[in-house]
Design a protein. Structure first.
Length: 293
């Protein structure tokens, strides 16, 4: 699918996300002075808002991009589309902290799904800083986004796990790779085209240039364009058996654009009896790992 299949007009649906990216960029370039900064993160007030229902056309294009069956979400909204409505609120909270948010490291996402998000109903979004832990020059931050309706406010809980490198950080030596005891079974595959970063940006508003501008990708630590973490998660989610009650994943290695066949695998951890999930690349590299219920 080429990027022309996704309407450019979708950009107008993401003004809050684009504004947040702009504010982060201006702060990182020191063109604006931070305001409303809280040295104590526990004093940052939660944000609760009711937003319009996502547009049907946006949802349908997003479902097709994710590789899902449109019939699966005929009257509902994919829970992982939270990246479209939730990230602006998370950015608002992080802009009130002292962390260098332009250099955020997205470490993973946890979903707890208590019910389906209905289409055609305004969504109530509650967002707060759930935890902050600083250790050895790294601040690990979790932002919790709870999405539902006014009458049923807690249908989907999403935890965004991220890290910020602080002054005094010392890189730890790599741990020795342990033997993997899990017998992995493939449950689905997907691939990524060179246009997927731009497509996902049109669908969610995350126009970070390392995902869709070639020169920005080359100048990044990755050496080329890479797919958004939430894009990697969405396509992996849609290859897993359903229904899903909980999905907890950690990003290990970005998917470069383009990338050939990637394999979604599951297996039982003999030590914990948990159902594990991972995304494996064509050269046996692991892109994400976690567990699913």
């Amino acid at each position: 699918m080429s990027s022309s299949h996704i309407p450019l007009r979708f950009v107008t649906l993401h003004t809050a996300t684009i504004k947040g990216i702009g504010e982060v960029a201006l702060r990182s370039l020191k063109l604006t002075k931070p305001k409303d900064i809280q040295a104590d993160w526990t004093q940052i007030a939660p944000i609760t808002a009711v937003i319009p229902a996502p547009e049907d056309a946006l949802i349908d294009h997003y479902i097709r991009w994710s590789g899902s069956d449109p019939a699966k979400y005929r009257g509902t909204v994919p829970p992982h589309l939270v990246s479209q409505w939730g990230l602006p609120f998370a950015t608002q909270l992080l802009l009130q902290t002292t962390f260098p948010i332009a250099r955020v490291i997205n470490q993973g996402v946890t979903f707890r799904i208590h019910g389906d998000l209905p289409r055609h109903e305004p969504l109530q979004v509650q967002t707060h800083l759930h935890s902050v832990q600083e250790h050895k020059g790294i601040a690990r931050v979790t932002v919790r986004i709870v999405t539902g309706t006014v009458s049923t406010p807690d249908l989907v809980e999403t935890d965004l796990h991220m890290a910020f490198i602080l002054p005094g950080f010392e890189k730890s030596p790599k741990a020795q790779k342990a033997v993997d005891p899990i017998h992995w079974q493939p449950v689905g595959t997907w691939s990524a085209s060179s246009h997927d970063g731009f497509q996902f940006a049109l669908l969610t508003g995350d126009f970070n240039p390392i995902h869709w501008i070639g020169i920005a990708g080359k100048l990044s630590n990755f050496g080329q364009k890479v797919l958004h973490g939430f894009g990697m998660l969405a396509r992996t989610y849609e290859r897993l058996p359903t229904p899903i009650q909980e999905l907890d994943i950690r990003f290990v290695k970005p998917v470069k654009l383009p990338s050939p066949t990637l394999t979604v695998e599951t297996g039982i951890d003999p030590a914990t009896s948990e159902q594990r999930v991972r995304l494996r690349g064509p050269e046996q590299q692991i892109h994400l790992v976690g567990h699913v219920k």
